[in-house]
Write a protein that binds this ligand. Structure first.
Ligand SMILES: [Zn+2]
Length: 589
C-alpha cells in the first residue's frame, strides 16, 4: 500500500502538514524510485519561508523485483546502527524462505545513502566495492579526513568516471572527486584480499558479504559513532537506576573519544546533561569538569587520525597497502565545488533538512506493520491462484473487472441478475455500472450521468444500482453500509476499478477483530493486512485469528516464528520538528 501519514512540520512557530511515507513498495509505486534518484522524495516547503527542505524519517523500502529490503532511518541516527540492524532483521524475518534467497537486506541512513544505493545498482557497482572505492579516495586525498564527519556519497556515473561528493556534517565545504572506472574494476577484483586485510585489522568488515551488520558503509569506521552509542547506553542505564563506573577503562575511553561541543548531536548533549547531574549529586567534581569540557569543549580536528583509537588508522593503511598498484593510481581528480542553494536533485548534508525519528514504540510497531503488509502483497502475488481461491472459499472475497462484460455479468448474477430488461437495457446497465465504478486510482465515486426516468436501473430496489450508490468515498470505512444480499456485501472499488463481493461475516471480523478496517479495501488489502497480523506475534489481536485460518496460513504460507531480536525502544531521538501523526491517508494500495 505505501501508507502516507500526515506529519506536522514546524519551523519558527509556523507549521504545515506534510504527507510522508512509512513503506515504499517499488513494484506498486515505481515512480517513488525515480523520485528518490531525482532527489525530490520527501521534500516539503519550509512553512516559515517556503524554501524546500528534505524530511528524513524512518521508512521501509521494498523492491520485490530487485529483491531489495531496506530499512531507511534518519541520517542523525547513524550511531544507533546496531539497534537499527536488529529492527531490520526483525522486519525481514516474516519473509518466506524462498524470498530470503538472494535477497539483499540493507540498513541505510538518510535519503542520500538510499539514493547512492540505487545509483550504484543502476551502474552495476556492488555497494561493498563502492565503500572500498571511498577508502581509496581517502587514501589518495587524505586531507579530506582532516575535517570531522566526512561523508563521501556517489552522485553520478559518467562514461569514464564515478563522481563522488565529499561533504561534512559541520562545515559547508564540498568537493567533487572523480574516480576512473578502471579503478573501480581493479578494486572490485581485489575484494578478496581487501576482505582479508579488513578481517585482520577491524571488526567492521564491510567487504564481507557474510557480515551480520547490514549497514554497508565506511561510516561504521568512524569511532565517534560507536562511542556515541556507548554514551546513549550509559545514560539510558543511568536513567533506569544503574550508575556507571567512572573509574572503569570503558568509561574513561568513552569520555576520551566522544565528539565535543558543536559536534555533539542534541540528544547526546542531553545524555551528557544526565551524566553531569549525576556527577553533581555524587559530588564528583573531576567528572563534572571532564563532562563540561566535552559538552562545551573545542572540536576535535580529525575524526580518523586524531582519535584515540590507533587501530582505526592502522586499519586504513593496511587496506590501502593491499590495494592494487595500478597505473590509474594518482588519477583520482578532485575539485572544490561551490554551494548552489537548493542544489538540483541531491540530498546534501549542507542543505536544510529535518529528521523525524521514531519516538514511541507504538510508532515503530505501526511502521513495522506496514512493512509486513507489503511483504504480504508479494506473497500473494507469488501464489495468486492459491490465495485467491482461499480468500473466496473462506472469506467470500471476489473481485470483478468492471472493464469486462463477463465480469460485470457475474457480479450482477450474484446480486440476483439483471431482472426483466431488454438486451438494449442490459447493455445500458453495464454502461451505467462501468461509469459508476470509474477509471480507477481514486478514493471517490465518479460523477455519473443518470439513467432516463422509467429505466429499470432507477427502480427503487434495483440492486446493482443500490450497491454502487451505497459504496461511498473511502469505501472500506463505510463497509457497514454496503448492500447486503444473501449474507454477502457488494461494493465498487474506485481504486482498482472493480466490483467486489465479500461475506458479511468477513466484514464483521475486519471491523471488530483486525487492527485496521483498511482490510475491507479489497481482497488484496485484506490479505496483506491479514498477513501482517498473522506474522505479528506481539499483536494482541492476533489471538482473534480462527484456528482453521491460522492452520491454512501455517501450511501454505509458513509458520509465524519469534524473530531472534527482541523489540525495544529505539535509541535514536529526532532533533527537530514536533511531530503529530494527525491521521493517515493512503497513498496507494
Ligand atoms: Zn496494501
Amino acid at each position: 500500500m505505501g501508507f502516507t501519514r500526515s506529519y506536522a512540520v514546524t519551523s519558527e512557530g509556523r507549521s504545515s502538514v506534510a504527507q510522508l511515507v512509512d513503506c515504499v513498495n517499488v513494484r506498486r509505486t515505481p515512480q517513488v524510485r525515480d523520485q528518490i534518484l531525482a532527489g525530490t522524495f520527501h521534500r516539503v516547503r519550509d512553512p516559515a519561508d517556503g524554501e524546500w527542505i528534505t524530511v528524513e524519517k524512518p521508512f521501509g523500502y521494498v523492491d520485490l523485483d530487485r529483491r531489495q529490503y531496506y530499512l531507511v532511518r534518519p541520517r542523525n541516527e547513524r550511531h544507533a546502527f546496531r539497534e537499527a540492524n536488529e529492527q531490520l532483521m526483525r522486519m525481514v524475518s516474516v519473509l518466506p524462505a524462498e524470498y530470503r534467497e538472494a535477497a539483499r537486506f540493507r540498513l541505510v541512513f538518510g535519503l542520500a545513502e538510499l539514493r547512492e544505493k540505487l545509483l550504484a545498482q543502476d551502474a552495476g557497482i556492488d555497494d561493498r566495492t563502492l565503500e572500498l572505492v571511498k577508502t581509496y579516495v581517502i587514501h589518495q586525498h587524505p586531507f579530506l579526513v582532516q575535517q570531522p564527519r566526512l561523508r563521501l556519497t556517489l552522485q553520478d556515473r559518467t562514461a569514464d568516471d564515478l563522481v563522488i561528493h565529499a561533504a561534512y556534517d559541520h562545515t559547508p565545504r564540498r568537493f567533487e572527486v572523480r574516480v576512473p572506472s578502471a579503478m573501480i574494476s581493479a578494486i572490485a577484483k581485489a575484494r578478496e584480499p581487501l576482505k582479508k586485510a579488513l578481517a585482520k585489522a577491524h571488526r567492521h568488515n564491510i567487504a564481507d558479504p557474510k557480515d551480520k551488520l547490514k549497514w554497508v558503509s565506511i561510516g561504521r569506521w568512524i569511532p565517534g559513532l560507536t562511542v556515541l552509542d556507548s554514551l546513549r547506553a550509559v545514560a539510558a542505564a543511568l536513567r533506569k537506576g544503574t550508575a556507571p563506573d567512572p573509574g572503569s577503562a570503558g568509561f574513561r575511553d568513552m569520555l576520551a573519544r566522544l565528539p565535543r561541543g558543536s559536534q555533539l548531536p542534541p540528544w547526546a548533549k542531553r545524555d551528557l546533561d544526565t551524566l553531569f547531574n549525576w556527577a553533581v549529586q555524587k559530588k564528583d567534581s573531576k567528572l563534572q569538569d571532564k563532562l563540561f569540557e566535552i559538552r562545551y569543549g573545542r572540536d576535535l580536528e580529525d575524526d580518523w587520525a586524531l582519535n584515540d583509537d590507533p587501530k582505526d588508522i592502522d586499519t586504513l593503511y593496511k587496506i590501502l597497502r593491499a590495494l592494487p598498484e595500478s597505473n590509474v593510481e594518482g588519477n583520482v581528480a578532485l575539485r572544490e565545488i561551490q554551494l548552489d542553494k537548493g542544489g538540483g536533485g541531491t540530498y546534501d548534508p549542507n542543505s536544510r533538512d529535518i529528521a523525524i525519528g521514531e519516538k514511541e514504540l507504538a510508532a515503530q510497531e505501526r511502521f513495522e506493520d506496514v512493512f509486513r503488509h507489503e511483504i504480504g502483497h508479494a506473497v500473494h502475488e507469488a501464489s495468486q491462484k492459491k490465495v485467491d481461491d482461499w480468500l473466496q472459499a473462506t472469506f467470500g472475497w471476489q473481485m470483478f473487472d468492471a472493464a469486462r462484460d463477463a465480469d460485470i455479468d457475474r457480479w450482477v448474477g450474484l446480486l440476483g441478475g439483471y431482472g426483466q430488461v431488454s438486451a438494449v437495457q442490459k447493455t445500458q446497465i453495464r454502461g451505467y455500472i462501468r461509469a459508476a465504478v470509474g477509471g480507477g486510482s481514486s478514493w471517490n465515486p465518479p460523477q455519473t450521468a443518470l439513467a432516463p426516468a422509467g429505466h429499470p436501473w432507477n427502480e427503487p430496489d434495483y440492486k446493482p444500482r443500490m450497491a454502487l450508490a451505497r459504496t461511498g468515498a473511502d469505501w472500506y470505512m463505510n463497509n457497514h453500509a454496503w448492500l447486503l444480499h444473501n449474507g454477502s456485501r457488494f461494493a465498487a472499488n474506485y481504486w482498482y476499478a472493480t466490483l467486489m463481493v465479500v461475506s458479511d461475516d468477513t466484514l464483521a471480523f475486519v471491523n471488530t477483530k483486525m487492527p485496521d478496517n483498511y482490510a475491507a479495501m479489497s481482497p488484496l488489502e485484506f490479505f496483506a493486512e491479514f498477513y501482517a497480523l498473522y506474522f505479528d506475534l506481539d499483536d494482541p489481536q492476533r489471538k482473534n485469528i480462527p484456528g482453521d485460518v491460522a492452520a491454512w496460513m501455517k501450511k501454505n504460507i509458513g509458520p509465524a516464528k519469534k524473530a531472534g531480536a527482541k523489540k525495544q525502544a529505539p535509541a535514536g531521538r529526532s532533533m527537530d520538528p514536533s511531530r503529530s501523526p494527525s491521521g493517515k491517508k493512503r497513498l496507494r494500495p
